[in-house]
Design a protein around this ligand. Sequence first.
Ligand code: BES
Ligand code: MN
Ligand code: ZN
Length: 468
Amino acid sequence: MEFLYGKQKDIKVYPVFEDQLNGDTLVKLSEKKLFEGKKASFFSLLDVEGKGEVYWGLGKAEDLKTNNLIESFYKLAKELKSKNLLDVGLVLPQTIKENETYTLKSVEGLLQDEYKWEDYRSEKSDECNLVVSLDVDEHLQKEIENLDNVLNGVFITRTLVNIPSNDLYPETYANRIVELFKDTKVEVEVLDKAQCEELGMEAMLQVGRGSAKEPRFIIMRYLPLADTKEHLTFVGKGLTYDSGGYAIKPATGMVTMKCDMGGSASVVGALYALAKNDVQKNVVAVVAAVENMISGDAYKNGDIIGSMKGTTIEIGNTDAEGRLTLADAIYYAATKLESKAIVDLATLTGACVVALGEKVTGMVSNDDSLANLMLECSQNADENLHRFSVFETHREQIKGKFGDLKNSTTGGAGSITAGIFLEHFAESKPWVHLDIAGPAYFDNAWSYYPAGGSGIPVKTIYEFACRY
Ligand code: BES
Ligand code: MN
Ligand code: ZN
């Protein structure tokens, strides 16, 4: 997609609200019931030369929601492409034009239709580049460029999640990240298994023990500020595959477990956008990239393992592996880096999907102001987020019988207990945990999300990093 500004085009596209049918043409069209602005309706007034106007229904302005705007314009882009109307001038209605947020949400919708993932198809669909001329001021032109970069970050996340685990495992994942950031201001450091051993990352290494693919610990540094070393730290769960280990998952639950590095993929996407947009905030991202498998040497249900912090952990369930890899990654962030605050993202618990549904992210935090900022950012990003309350009874649940903590709990509230397990390793730093087990990956396409990796919550954490 390409945006031009202030260029006249032979085809003008008029998105129209149902309750704002102004002007002779629209009044006549609606009297004849040819076009009434109903949501996702299309009407063409093109001549044989292919010149003229087309109309696109937005439904009622009265019901306007930013998320619906994204969806409407996503569908509009699809409609234009399917009708081969690829070089158009977009005339936004006043209600959208006078509101910067609405304008950007409309543009986002058009951009959302750009994502395709066909790397594993022998036959690719036709390339089709939509050129859209817009009439917006220079400030908004810059905002649109930034938004385009954020969405490219979202798309990078989707693709990383979509690549199957036979091609994306810790080593190749690290290589891809190095490649992605090669010509940017993000510095990437990759630690191999021996270096992780030296650091004492036992919890992470225990999870990786059963796999023929060796783990990697990846550190990405984006530090544009010269006067301070302090930074926000993102920690992303990076299970390139989660078979469950000896607590093996059923085939149906295992089949999409390439998505278990979704948290780390979203920090990669967000960092990419921050660097592209030259955002003046220090941000570092760390990922413990590991594969959870079975072998004669794998860790087992009933083992008691150590961790970088020294805390011992009873393995009630080898499928509760995410919190083990995150324990070391968060502890590393809290003690080896200049973290001012830590935000971890993880496809952590099926319990979160049970509690909130597959389209909502769950949050646990020890810091009200960071948690409130995250909620605000999620609303602006149209990505649904809910904060769980934590009670003393939840803290009781994670205490071990023979060791210090246990990785799997009874008594319910599985997403909260997983969250506070992680908090133990944040060393009282301001910390936010986002459980994206539901929204990181969708089995079926819906609204403007394709099937597969969704890129949630890249938009949220991008804004959070801009504002923290
Ligand atoms: N990766 C899964 C969580 C998950 C489930 C992600 C569904 C995406 C979709 C995680 O490692 C896991 O297996 N969690 C267990 C924890 C339990 C054993 C305490 C779960 O949720 O069942
Ligand atoms: Mn698991
Ligand atoms: Zn997992």
